[in-house]
Design a protein around this ligand. Structure first.
Ligand SMILES: [Fe+2]
Length: 197
């Protein structure tokens, strides 16, 4: 069995006007799909790859196999971090943890935006569970917090391909749009599902 491109969890135009249909056509249909095709290409040469999950590969592989496995996983996680019904302030367990860890939602939002906007070149900004707290981390290129033993709760893709069609070089405008889509239900689901910390 080969690796597959998971379908978007919503219609391709559902995130507009914050993230356009054209961005999703390229970002999901081309970029995410290319990582899947690349990993399947490596698996043809090394069938042991097919016996592993993406999480196994993220924790054990290096170089191009790691990069493509992690980019597949990161992008699926990113699509789920967004929702046409998202945005606004968090509720439930994630709201309580954000308040306990950052003092307030406003303080968290400011720090997360600063991390996402300030990340140099390609990468990801993440909200993660780290022990009994939630923290913000950024990773370079295909980096994934799973390799640091931290449980991802939400992510913002800050590769240029995530925003160049809609916002050109204005990453700050894209991050502002991300807040209108952030899927707090997904964060709460991740918190409830397992704990690495
Ligand atoms: Fe991306």
């Amino acid at each position: 069995m080969s690796f597959n491109l998971p379908p978007l969890p919503y219609a391709i135009d559902a995130l507009a006007p914050h993230i356009s249909k054209e961005t999703l056509e390229f970002h999901h249909g081309k970029h995410h799909a290319t990582y899947v095709n690349n990993l399947n290409g490596f698996a043809e040469k090394d069938p042991s790859i097919l016996g592993k999950s993406l999480e196994d590969l993220i924790l054990s592989a290096t170089g191009p196999v790691f990069n493509n496995a992690a980019q597949i996983w990161n992008h699926t996680f990113y699509w789920n971090s967004l929702s046409p019904q998202g945005g606004g302030e968090p509720t439930g367990a994630i709201a309580t943890l954000i308040d306990a860890s950052f003092g307030s939602f406003g303080a968290f939002k400011e720090q997360f935006s600063k991390t996402a906007i300030g990340h140099f070149a390609s990468g990801w900004a993440w909200l993660v569970k780290d022990g009994d707290k939630v923290t913000i981390v950024d990773t370079h290129d295909a980096g994934c917090p799973l390799t640091q033993g931290k449980q991802p709760l939400l992510t913002c893709d800050v590769w240029e391909h995530a925003y160049y069609v809609d916002y050109r070089n204005a990453r700050a405008k894209y991050v502002e749009a991300w807040w209108n889509l952030v899927n707090w239900d997904f964060a709460n689901k991740n918190l409830a599902s397992k704990s690495l910390g």
